[in-house]
Design a binder for this molecule. Sequence first.
Ligand SMILES: Nc1ncnc2c1ncn2[C@@H]1O[C@H](COP(=O)(O)OP(=O)(O)O)[C@@H](O)[C@H]1O
Ligand SMILES: [Mg+2]
Length: 334
Amino acid sequence: MKGDMILQVENLAVSFSTDGGTVRAVDRVGFELEKGGTLGVVGESGCGKSVTALSIMRLLPIPAAVIESGRIVFQGEDLLSYPPEKMARIRGGKIAMIFQEPMTALNPVHKIGGQIKEMYMLHQPSMTGEQMHKEALRMLDMVGIADPIKVLGLYPHHLSGGMRQRVMIAMALAARPDILIADEPTTALDVTVQAQILELIKKLQQEYAMSVLLITHDLGVIAEYCDRALVMYAGRVAEKAEVRHLFKNPSHPYTQGLLASIPSLAGKRKTELTTISGTVPSLKNLPHGCRFSNRCPHRMEVCVRQAPDRRVVSGDHTAACYLVRQGEGQNAHA
Ligand SMILES: Nc1ncnc2c1ncn2[C@@H]1O[C@H](COP(=O)(O)OP(=O)(O)O)[C@@H](O)[C@H]1O
Ligand SMILES: [Mg+2]
């Protein structure tokens, strides 16, 4: 394994029991997050991005969700083997998460000041009240809140969506986590605020030397803010690569379709927005073989018979597609 990995997810499979039977939302997903790096996870709604993130945080709704297999290795230990108390110290302390909707993390009936202070009491209990107050002001200032003293005394509903997102980031960073998981942190915000929040995350990442797992359905965000990317489709990894390799040589037809459907990164708008025909299959009714086969313009007979394994495009760029001619004549193992 190359580089310095802070997190390795191996062979993760998660299923949900629903009224209509069991569905496997995440199917043998594996990836690694480099220390100080930003890994983007991209894919259409329902492809398993949030379930993957919640598995890392051990926040899946139990008993509906079952982790069927896998390891989530953080600092050499499998988080899935941790007892709940030990995991509670990791969660929010070493690995923090921010969500699309800040109200998931903010308590509507408590003032912002009290909520930030609570983070310190949980994760840095040796701080005095005075230190917590000072640190809370510093953090709010750092996330770009103009009048931190005033904001400490406000309730979440007094703030705009963008301000709430900033407060949530300040809270997430209170314990100086090693990893920040950002699950579509800007999807609910308007475009200018989106860019501000993403820039903020980037700035804080550099300042704190954090590793970031950035979940998005927007390949443009991946291009701008991530160094590596994981493309997911219907619960599986379609492609995995350094971002520049992914854009230069997208090797899974799904990635190619995603790329074709975004406006040109150079700023030139395509006259026609190419989109992938068909829709994502329901997890209850998946096609045989490759899950993308019913939409794939290059479908071959083998694709509907058996799902392709991960194949090496070059280096650590892999794609689960028969069209990839094996770089070294062997399947990827990592
Ligand atoms: N609480 C739940 N109960 C049942 N199924 C769920 C639940 N949460 C997620 N799923 C299933 O997992 C799939 C992936 O969900 P999710 O990870 O939230 O997708 P996304 O990529 O949009 O974040 C969904 O399509 C759904 O089938
Ligand atoms: Mg999601």
